[in-house]
Ligand binder design. Structure first.
Ligand code: LLP
Length: 379
């Protein structure tokens, strides 16, 4: 990443967002999705920064929310209620009421007990809730086990063996309008055969339900498209065309059926970097540690998922050496990368940790009573 793009003298650490790249990404996404008639909701959980959300709502995406606060934030940032879907295994009564008050497009529901509560609250408000059933399709996303969500033993979705019972129950509830099915099998998926498997499984499930005389106007395939964390400059935009073309090839909607997606990472990850300064270079017997002023509270992904992020020293031209790049927090897990090659690194050097637009600022904490890092924008 070119140093001259960064604001001179800004206090580190900070999240730097390239909004030109975001707009370019959104154009590429729409160009790949619109020819198929697909509708994309941005997964707000990936990054709920209001400046970025406004860019996304202006380009015509909907919002996929997982809390009442995300719904409120999405509305504040220009998303229409009719473009908001609401998912999550643990929706509270007050969050459900808020969503109903605003008349959001759809609740993606994860269990029968949840649907019963939505029904009761909708009845009390004299309204009807549009819902989709989130199906756990038992498709393995072959990604990190913390971000695999569509296999049978995890907490997400309605299990296939339970589906007919849940459908029958829903049809008995007058304040529930069952409009569709929802799937999401995991995150950071780069192997398109996983999505092909999801299409085939969804088709099987819908065929089975069709025999019961049920047709759905709405199918939502969730998110999960991955990005290239290793070569962010070679591949700054996710493979949207390959992704949507896979669905077009392997899933054939019924007439009038709308197909929706909920992408988070692929939309927002590439445009963000965490910018930090080197505080100290500490020499051990076998390795050198570059100690940054950013820590796992600013970017949790390496500590939690052993995730790789490309790290660059923006200010040094010295011969390369090998370093463990670590943060200041009192945990051994506060390490961004082990044994990586960087130009000779010294106190004061500026470091960019790339592809931090998704699940970095959104997962920031005040651990060690550290400040939440501010955001800086290219515009
Ligand atoms: N829809 C549902 C129902 C989801 O659970 C998720 C993400 C998405 C959409 C958006 O998925 P995406 O397109 O961003 O892959 N913190 C982890 C990722 C957790 C993903 C949770 N669910 C990470 O940093 O890798």
């Amino acid at each position: 990443m070119p140093l001259q793009n960064l604001p001179a003298g800004a206090q580190t650490p900070y999240y730097y967002y390239d909004t030109n790249l975001l707009d370019f990404t959104l154009d590429a996404l729409q160009q790949a999705a619109l020819p198929h008639g697909y509708r994309v909701h941005y997964a707000v959980k990936a990054n709920a920064n209001p400046v970025l959300l406004r860019h996304i709502s202006h380009r015509g995406l909907g919002a996929d929310c997982v809390s009442g606060n995300e719904i409120t934030r999405a509305l504040e940032c220009g998303f229409a209620p009719s473009d908001i879907v609401y998912a999550g295994v643990g929706k509270t009564d007050s969050e459900i009421a808020l969503a109903l008050r605003h008349g959001i497009f759809c609740f993606n529901c994860e269990s029968l007990p949840e649907i019963r509560v939505i029904h009761e609250i909708a009845a009390g408000m004299g309204t009807k809730a549009r819902i989709a059933l989130r199906i756990n399709p038992n498709v393995d996303a072959h990604t990190h086990h913390y971000i695999t969500t569509g296999i049978e033993e995890n907490k997400f979705g309605i299990y296939l063996y339970d589906l007919e019972h849940v459908l029958t129950e829903c049809l008995r509830m007058p304040h529930i309008e069952l409009i569709g099915l929802h799937f999401h099998v995991g995150s950071q998926i780069i192997d398109m055969t996983v999505f092909r498997g999801l299409c085939l499984r969804a088709t099987e499930i819908l065929d089975k339900i069709k025999d019961h005389g049920i047709a759905f106007p709405y199918i939502n395939f969730g998110g999960g498209l991955g990005i290239d964390y290793h070569e962010p400059d070679e591949h700054p935009v996710a493979p949207f065309k390959e992704y949507f073309d896979t669905f077009a090839r392997f899933y054939h909607p019924t007439p009038h059926q709308q197909v929706h997606f909920e992408l988070g990472r692929a939309v927002i990850a590439p445009c963000g970097s965490l910018i930090a300064r080197v505080l100290y270079v500490k020499e051990g017997k076998k390795r050198k540690f570059a100690v940054l002023d950013a820590g796992m509270n600013d970017l949790l992904r390496p500590a939690l998922y052993q995730a790789y992020h490309k790290i660059e020293n923006l200010t040094s031209h010295l011969p390369e050496e090998r370093y463990d790049v670590v943060g200041p927090i009192c945990e051994s897990a506060d390490c961004f990368a082990k044994d990586v090659t960087l130009p000779g690194t010294q106190r004061g050097d500026l470091i960019a940790i790339r592809s931090c637009g998704a699940y970095a600022e959104a997962m920031a904490s005040r651990y060690n009573l550290r400040d939440i890092a501010p955001a800086v924008y290219s515009e």
